[in-house]
Design a protein around this ligand. Structure first.
Ligand code: NAG
Ligand code: NAG
Ligand code: NAG
Ligand code: NAG
Ligand code: NAG
Ligand code: NAG
Length: 510
């Protein structure tokens, strides 16, 4: 016993003496890694359940399936002779809001005048301002379905894209009474003014044989013909073939015909993938011109500039108005007061394929816990939409109203945040030279708001949600480089205009 104790004592004594430093270091490392483990556990992503994929793709307007458009009733007030023609003498053409006369883009306001909220005062309604290219217009029915307020929609309509846009709008206006909420505005490049009513029926004259047998027959005959030629006529033949090829290509480039749209019922087109003039001619989409136009056309003093594919949660518009009244008091509200340098941020989420867009926070949070929904663009741009207080937003019980949760600044570490928010005409314009293809198109405006020391009030009890959509982003590198360069130009302009605020991370914004 005694021996043992002595040995132990001697051993431990030796241990402490000789290895105390090492022991200290090891225990330090262990404690540190334990802390990290615990931190990681606390902040880990929710466990990965295997995704359950439903068997349907989201189709805007699916709820109108089986309904046929009315022959004689349109719920929209078209102007300027639309939808059949455009009477240019009645049209007033405006420059784009930020770029002005120097910009390449022109605007026609109120091609359709929304009537549903015309009698509401500026203070008793809130506008959903959004923009689209013709192939995305159909999403507007889902907004019209769930937004209790006026909707300001701007559509990019170079050349015959106008025809596509007006055809779709005319169809929708005969299908769905809530389309009376929508005002339509048009914007286009000066070079390609909109054209309407140029659609001619597509006549298919010759049957094209498709069986391989016939194709090879034709080719064999061609080869025989080619062999029978002598050197001189062969050269002529090659010339002739080249000419034909060039003619064919020119015919494709100079295509001035919109594609034929086929509507089976009110639920939408057979194929949403319309070949627009914009796509045929590889034009970029000047998304921020559209945002500014939709916003300038808003007739209420508060509006949200949003994306057309984002569907608002239940009662978002009236609940937001009720919140404003509560924060401001009836008197100030009726005098038309607004909060200066303050915007109200609405969290954005997206669901997986085969999941219906949730209408309330409980459903949304359940979907997130099941890993079938996530905050918007979590995968493609993690910093763009992760908002301050995301975790507590998810943990807080769903309030029956819309209420402010916290006041944030768009400063480090949220210096690359691109939120959507309720704001007023006092906010800076979106930068019109940034294109949608180049991505991060809201960054310049957000940076300017940081430099102006805006408060970003994150709202609880409301959200916007996006359906699953595989975005094809190949071949956008060039546009991204252009956007990056133009963003740097915007930053240089801000440096002259505003005092530097290091927290805005002016150099690391993009
Ligand atoms: C629509 O017009 C047609 C003839 O033009 C008429 O027979 C029909 O009753 C009208 N429908 C409605 C709902 O007014
Ligand atoms: C906004 O639209 C109105 C017409 O509705 C127009 O008079 C005004 O010039 C526009 N503002 C800008 C900045 O484009
Ligand atoms: C707006 O008010 C006018 C008259 O004040 C009325 O004729 C019209 O029907 C009202 N519109 C709506 C949508 O309530
Ligand atoms: C055709 O040209 C080739 C050389 O390019 C020559 O070898 C051949 O003899 C010519 N044939 C005739 C029929 O002229
Ligand atoms: C994306 O589009 C390009 C052509 O624009 C096409 O080649 C490619 O297959 C598409 N990728 C996906 C995933 O659809
Ligand atoms: C258009 C044409 O040539 N059609 C022919 C395709 O080939 C089948 C059989 O090989 C013929 O019967 C068709 O007349």
């Amino acid at each position: 016993m005694l021996v043992c104790l002595r040995v132990c004592g001697a051993y431990s004594y030796r241990l402490t003496r000789r290895h105390s430093t090492i022991f200290l270091i090891i225990s330090f490392v262990v404690v540190l890694s334990l802390i990290f483990q615990f931190y990681a556990y606390k902040h880990q992503e929710l466990p990965r359940y295997p995704p359950r994929i439903g068997d349907f793709d989201y189709r805007p307007g699916a709820f109108l399936k089986g309904r046929q458009p009315s022959e004689n009733i349109s719920y929209c007030q078209f102007n300027y002779g639309l939808p059949d023609t455009i009477r240019w003498e009645t049209v007033h053409i405006f420059p784009s809001p930020e770029g002005g006369r120097a910009s390449n883009y022109r605007v026609i306001y109120n091609a359709i005048m929304g009537s549903a909220y015309a009698n509401h005062s500026k203070y008793n309604a809130v506008t959903y301002a959004t923009q689209a290219t013709p192939e995305f217009i159909y999403h507007i029915v889902e907004i019209a379905r769930y937004w209790d307020g006026p909707i300001s929609l701007s559509v990019f309509v170079p050349n015959y894209d106008m025809d596509i846009a007006i055809n779709i709008m005319n169809h929708l206006c005969r299908c769905y009474s809530s389309m009376s909420k929508v005002s339509l505005h048009l914007f286009y490049p000066k070079m390609f003014p909109p054209k309407v009513g140029i659609h001619e029926p597509v006549i298919t004259t010759t049957e094209i044989s498709t069986t391989t047998q016939n194709v090879t027959d034709i080719q064999i005959r061609k080869m025989q013909k080619y062999r029978s030629l002598n050197n001189k006529t062969r050269a002529e033949y090659i010339q002739w073939v080249r000419k034909k090829k060039i003619e064919k290509m020119m015919a494709k480039i100079g295509k001035r015909q919109p594609p034929k749209l086929i509507f089976t019922d009110c639920s939408g087109l057979e194929v949403f993938d319309v070949s627009t003039f914009r796509r045929e001619n590889n034009m970029i989409y000047p998304i921020n011109v559209g945002r500014n136009v939709a916003r300038n056309a808003s007739r209420t003093n508060y509006f949200i500039v949003s994306d057309i594919e984002l569907v608002p949660s239940n009662g978002l518009a009236p609940k937001f108005l009720a919140m404003l009244r509560k924060l401001m008091g009836d008197k100030k509200r009726d005098e038309g007061c607004i909060f200066s340098k303050t915007v109200f941020v609405v969290p954005l989420f997206e669901v997986e394929r085969g999941v219906d867009i949730p209408r309330d926070k409980e459903t949304l949070v359940r979907l997130i816990n099941e890993n079938r929904a996530k905050y918007f663009h979590q995968k493609v741009c993690a910093h763009c939409q992760r908002f301050p207080g995301l975790q507590s937003w998810l943990l807080r019980p769903s309030p029956p109203v819309v209420e402010p949760m916290l006041i944030a600044r768009r400063e480090y570490p949220y210096h690359r945040w691109e939120p959507l928010y309720f704001g007023t005409q006092n906010e800076p314009w979106y930068n019109e030279v940034l294109s949608w293809e180049g991505k991060q198109d809201k960054m310049a405006q957000m940076l300017e708001m940081c430099l102006r020391e805006y408060r970003m009030v994150v709202l609880d009890g409301a959200f916007l949600c996006h359906a699953a959509s595989p975005r094809n982003t190949t071949g956008r590198n060039r546009a991204q480089r252009i956007n990056h360069r133009r963003y740097q130009n915007a930053v240089s302009a801000f440096k002259l205009k505003y005092p530097n605020r290091p927290k805005c991370k002016i150099m690391y914004g993009c």
